[in-house]
Design a protein around this ligand. Sequence first.
Ligand code: FAD
Length: 401
Amino acid sequence: MSFKVTHEQELARKIALEFAEREIIPHRDKLRVEDEEFEEQLAVKEAKAGFHLAMIPRDEGGTGLGQGGRVIILEELGAAFPRMVSSLHREFAYAFAKATGGVVKEKWMPRILKGEASAAPFINEPQGGSDVMNFATTARKDGDDWIINGRKCFISDGHKVDFGMILVKTGDPKDPATRGARSLTAFVVEKDMPGFKVERVEKSMVGHITATVSFSDVRVPGNYIVPPGVGRGLTPVFMAVWDVGRLGISAMLLGCILGSCRCSIKFAKERVLFGKPIHDLQAIRHRIADMYIDLAAARSLTYRAAWLRDQGLSSSQEQSIAKYYCTQAAIRTSLHAINIHGGSGVMDEYMPQMYYRYAPCLISAGGTDEVMKDTIGVAAINGANPVMGANPAETSGFHIM
Ligand SMILES: Cc1cc2nc3c(=O)[nH]c(=O)nc-3n(C[C@H](O)[C@H](O)[C@H](O)COP(=O)(O)OP(=O)(O)OC[C@H]3O[C@@H](n4cnc5c(N)ncnc54)[C@H](O)[C@@H]3O)c2cc1C
C-alpha cells in the first residue's frame, strides 16, 4: 500500500501557506465585511499564483500537482479564511473545456491557463436540485444549433463566470429511447450568448454569492454539446461536479477544520485562567483532542479520495464519504473552537464564528448530506469496499448535486 504526500505537494502547502500569511490573514477584516474590491484583487492574485493549475497535467500547461496537490492548496486557503476560493471556478473552466474539446477547448484553454476564465456548473433548478429527472430546462434542435430555454438557480458566482456546463432535457418523454437518463444532455453556454440573463443575485450568511440565471431562446452551436453527446449528459456532469466540486468543497471544509484547530490551540496557549494557560485544563485538552481526531480523519478521507483520482481510479464513493464527513466535522470542530474561546468565540474579530457559519453553507453545495449518504449506502449495498478503492455503482439514482 502506498499513500504518501509527495515533496511537490508539501511544497504546494508551503507556497499556499505563505500566500495566505501574506495576502489573506492580515486582511481578514476586509473579507469579513465582504469588501468586493478587495475580493476581486485577491482573486487576481490567486490566479497569478497559479493555484488553479495544480490539477492540470504538466503536458497541458499546468503544474501537475494532481488532485492531491490541489486539495492541500484549498485546505490552506480555506483555513486562512473560509470562503469560496476563486480557483475553484477556474478549475471548473478547465474541466468543462477539456470535457467538451473541439472549438470550446481551443477558444477557452489559453485564457484558462492564464487564470483569466472562470466557469460554474449550471445544474440546479428552482423545483429541486436533487431531483435531476424533474428538471424543466430544455434544448431543441434547430438546424445545426440548439435552442435552450429555462432557469437555473444557486449558481456560485453565476453573475460573474464566463461560461458554464448546463444540464438540459433534450429527450421526448413519449419516446422510450430518449426517456429517463437518456433525456439529459450537457452543453457549454457562454454568458455573452444572446438570451442569457442574470435574474437575481443571492447572498448566503457568509457572503457566498449565488445567482439565478435564465435562458430565453439561447442559441448554442451543435459543437458546444459535451461528449459523449445528445442524451448522454449525466456522465460529464457527474465527473466535473464530483472531481472539481465535491472534492474541492471537502478540501475547503477541511480548511475550516484546520483553521478551527489552529486558532483554538493558539488561544488555549495564550489565555491564562487560574494562573495557568487554559490548555492546562483537561476539559480543554480533550476538546482539542476531539478536534485533532476529526482533522486527522477528515484529512485521511479527503487526501485518499484525491489520491485515488490521481491513480486514475474512480473515487465517487470516497468523495461522497469525504464531503459528508468533512461537513459534519467542520461543524463539530468550529463549535469546539467557539467553546474554547469563551465569549470571544462568537465575536466578529475572532475566527471560530466564521468557520461555524461557513460549514453549513456547504451542506448543500456539491450535494446534500442525505444525497451523500444515499450514494454511500447504495455503493455499500452493491458490495463496494471503500478501503480498497473499488469502483462502485456510480450513482444512487439520478440525484447528483
Ligand atoms: C453555497 C452553494 C453553492 C452552490 N453552487 C451551485 C452551483 O455553482 N451550481 C449549481 O448547479 N448548483 C449549486 N448549488 C445548488 C446545490 O447543488 C443544491 O442546493 C443542492 O443540489 C440541493 O438542491 P436544493 O437546494 O434544491 O434542495 P432539494 O433538492 O430540494 O432538497 C431538499 C431536502 O430534501 C433532501 N433530499 C433530496 N433528495 C433526497 C433523497 N434521495 N433522500 C433523502 N433526502 C433527500 C435534501 O437532502 C434536503 O434535505 C449551490 C448551493 C449552495 C448552498
